[in-house]
Design a protein around this ligand. Structure first.
Ligand SMILES: [Fe+2]
Length: 180
């Protein structure tokens, strides 16, 4: 059973401060994709959904005249590095297990290789692959996926439903284990 829920993560001050930059809609959508992919590939849905929700928390505001300056972003972006640190810090503050915080932080760090001088294809763990795939499923050209809107109250509603699905998953798997 997850120690810290997605709603806990979403409501935290650090998440509220930084998640809006890259868009609540994108973060919540990617968390849902990550749940399905995790269940399919036998990865922990707790780790996958937390990593997915937080994968873009390191974004700097690349806005110019009210629009995302994509050119500037491609040139100077290190959001995965900043995000890994922010995700780790906020999970530790929430009292999360330190191994979970480390795994999530690494999945955030490696969800993209666009800032690295080498490719991560076939280098990722299953969890990291799930997060990378989930992110790509919601991607639109020129970073348009960062513009889709979702209110914080709607995000909490959806995340609380996803938290229930995650609890159900662990309860069912526990029952299955006990019967084998
Ligand atoms: Fe993303």
């Amino acid at each position: 059973m997850p120690k810290v829920t997605l709603v806990d993560v979403f409501k935290h001050r650090i998440t509220q401060k930084y998640l809006r930059r890259s868009g609540i809609h994108h973060a919540v959508t990617v968390a849902h994709y990550a749940f399905d992919l995790a269940v399919k590939s036998g990865v922990s849905p707790d780790l996958a959904t937390k990593s997915a929700l937080l994968h873009d928390i390191g974004h700097y505001e690349w806005y110019k005249d009210g629009k995302w300056d994509y050119e500037e972003y491609r040139k100077h972006d290190i959001h995965a590095i900043k995000g890994a640190e922010r995700a780790h810090k906020l999970l530790i503050r929430l009292g999360e297990d330190r191994l979970v915080a480390k795994e999530v932080s690494l999945a955030v760090l490696l969800h993209t290789d666009s800032y690295l001088p080498f490719s991560l294809t076939e280098q990722r763990t299953l969890l990291q692959e799930v997060v990378e795939k989930a992110d790509r499923m919601d991607e639109q050209p020129q970073g348009l996926h960062h513009y889709n809107k979702m209110s914080p109250s709607h995000a909490i509603k959806l995340l609380s439903r996803l938290d229930d699905k995650i609890s159900d998953y662990y309860n069912n798997n526990q029952v299955r284990k006990e019967h084998t």
